[in-house]
Design a protein around this ligand. Structure first.
Ligand code: URA
Length: 204
């Protein structure tokens, strides 16, 4: 675990942060992206949910987890009794990274430098919200929060303590589940994901 302390809570709270992030040029991803996709949810949310980065849909809507990964997340969250609206939902990286291919924009995983640059915003969101629990979905979120995303398959379903004492629940990314080529395997992974969300609900 990387030893890092959080910044002071930002004056002006989340609204000011969001406005400031709209002009972010901390890494090159702001260039091709449509807009910054900042976190959404109440400032006093007890649960913070962190994904990787906005996808094609989110880049257009400006709201995290509104595309296919978001639909899977929403369905399983509902099944597990997790109220997304009561949580603060954000990403480790706030701009969509993609490669244009014909009419399509193909998702590219953010690199370590981009994740580090954008941790500036994630740390400020954490400082503003001070959630009781953080749910990290996928290796990029886990790497941003703990310093490494390695060993995700053995860490999933477990809780680690961040350096400020906040418990971090680790699960896989919904997009990884959607990308399982075998429908049977995908179903199994969805079930495991739902069980992870149930554990999160029990911890709240
Ligand atoms: N994947 C993410 O990690 N976040 C989103 O907002 C959408 C897809």
């Amino acid at each position: 675990m990387v030893q890092r302390s959080l910044p002071a809570a930002p004056t002006g709270g989340l609204a000011a942060l969001r406005a400031e992030a709209g002009h972010c040029t901390r890494c090159p991803l702001h260039g091709p992206a449509t807009q910054v996709v900042f976190g959404t949810g109440p400032q006093d949310a007890p649960l913070m949910i962190v994904g990787e980065q906005p996808g094609d849909t989110e880049d257009l809507t400006g709201i995290p987890f509104t595309g296919p990964a978001g639909q899977l997340f929403e369905a399983e969250a509902q099944a597990a009794g997790l109220d997304r609206a009561a949580a603060y939902v954000t990403n480790a990286v706030k701009h969509f990274k993609y490669q244009p291919r014909g009419k399509h924009r193909i998702h590219q995983r953010p690199d370590a430098g981009e994740v580090t640059a954008c941790r500036w915003w994630l740390d400020l969101e954490r400082a503003a919200i001070r959630p009781r629990l953080i749910l990290a979905m996928g290796a990029t979120a886990v790497a941003s929060l703990t310093g490494t995303g390695k060993g995700l398959l053995t860490r999933r379903g477990t809780v680690e303590e961040l350096t400020d004492g906040t418990p971090l629940f680790i699960t896989l990314h919904p997009l990884w589940i959607l990308r399982q080529p075998d429908p049977h395997q995908q179903e199994e992974e969805r079930n495991r994901f739902r069980k992870d969300l149930l554990k999160v609900v029990e911890m709240m």
